[in-house]
Design a binder for this molecule. Structure first.
Ligand SMILES: Cc1cc2nc3c(=O)[nH]c(=O)nc-3n(C[C@H](O)[C@H](O)[C@H](O)COP(=O)(O)OP(=O)(O)OC[C@H]3O[C@@H](n4cnc5c(N)ncnc54)[C@H](O)[C@@H]3O)c2cc1C
Length: 342
């Protein structure tokens, strides 16, 4: 089939916040040759190329100039390496579908990351994490196309410079690469990780009544907790956590704890403290706040929502109101987690 590069395409169906915006050019690619053709198209016109996955971690504040490239590459392969399995997922595979696929195969390690929206490629952009596990824990390597040279490049874990919701691809490598696949190392034996407080609480009762815990049960429990806690973007458009949990110096944490003894604070390996952004926002009175067509979710203060007809500008104005209030009250600067475009 011939490759079609479309003009002036609405991106509203392609972002989980359902924000209205247009792509100057838009193309979905499902193979490497088409990917290179689209890069040549963009290069000949000297326009930017913006890769897109599931659209669950972007805020569209306006139209996107240049070419929006929906990375729809599919396929999964694996090889056994001693007592582990290395699984390579094409970038366009859906994350949660693959978590379930791996569980069915008896490949373990992804359970805690169940139900995170989006695709495999973007998972590496922000080193997705949840319930005590992050992508970096399982990561082997990824393959990407360098937009500058058109060459294929392989990045091992060290080269990706993963951090908390962070990687090379948000910093020095920002906007330079199109990830085509990622490779993860999974275990052939169940490796349960239920240290995360919400999981511990959830399983306490189960264990006390003599139940046993399996990876499938961990996945099901994570899905249940997430469904209770987070709004489904197909019902109330959102991008999950709108702000990163700030990490502050130990001295500031100690001072704040004196003024706010209830403030949750999680000490990091380097002595710094991670404070839940949702708690800070809630303390500033924003939980359930409504600003016209946008608002802060009523059960989860970290999630900003679009009730249906909101714009990126309205959402960002609310985010700014929240950021300023938290800064004023706690002297903590919140950082927006999704990538803002337009
Ligand atoms: C309800 C909800 C819950 C969420 N929960 C979590 C959570 O628990 N933990 C967590 O970490 N995140 C969470 N997120 C955020 C989001 O799901 C993840 O960041 C996910 O990895 C984004 O994937 P995506 O395919 O939708 O990326 P997109 O939104 O399509 O893209 C995100 C960024 O990655 C770039 N990108 C996408 N694909 C590629 C590619 N192939 N090559 C190069 N760049 C690319 C885009 O240009 C963009 O800058 C949540 C989001 C929602 C809506």
């Amino acid at each position: 089939m011939t490759l079609s590069i479309l003009e002036k395409i609405s991106l509203q169906p392609y972002n989980s916040l359902a924000l209205p915006a247009e792509a100057e050019y838009f193309c979905a690619v499902n193979n490497g040759a088409d990917l290179l053709t689209t890069l040549e198209f963009a290069s000949a016109r000297n326009i930017a190329v913006t890769p897109l996955g599931g659209g669950s971690n972007i805020v569209l504040a306006g139209n996107i100039a240049g070419l929006v490239l929906l990375v729809d590459l599919k396929g999964v392969s694996h090889r056994l390496v001693k007592d582990t399995v290395e699984v390579t997922f094409a970038a366009g595979e859906n994350w949660h579908k693959q978590v379930q696929h791996c569980l069915q195969q008896g490949w373990y390690g992804l359970e805690n990351l169940s139900l995170i929206p989006g695709n495999m490629g973007a998972a590496a952009i922000q080193n997705i994490g949840a319930y005590g596990v992050e992508l970096a824990d399982l990561f082997v390597s990824l393959t990407a196309i360098d937009k500058l040279s058109g060459e294929q490049v392989v990045f091992d874990k060290a080269a990706c410079e993963f951090g908390y919701r962070d990687s090379l691809f948000k910093n020095a490598g920002r906007d330079r690469y199109i990830i085509t696949d990622i490779c993860l190392s999974l275990s052939l034996e169940p490796q349960l990780n239920i240290q995360y407080p919400a999981l511990q609480v959830a399983f306490d009762h189960h264990l006390a009544s003599g139940g046993s815990i399996t990876p499938e049960l961990v996945s099901a429990m994570v899905c249940q907790i997430r469904s209770e806690k987070l709004p489904d973007p197909s019902v109330i458009p959102n991008a999950g956590s709108f702000f990163k949990n700030p990490i502050i110096a130990q001295t500031q944490a100690a001072e704040l704890s004196l003024q706010h003894p209830q403030m949750p604070c999680y000490q990091q390996a380097n002595g710094e403290c991670k404070v839940p952004a949702g708690w800070l926002i809630e303390q500033c009175g924003f939980k359930g706040a409504v600003r016209g067509p946008v608002g802060v979710h009523k059960r989860q203060a970290l999630v900003l929502v679009n009730f249906g007809a909101g714009s990126g500008a309205q959402l960002l104005a609310l985010a700014e109101e929240v950021r300023a209030a938290v800064l004023e009250r706690f002297s903590i600067e919140l950082e927006i987690e999704p990538r803002v475009y337009g």
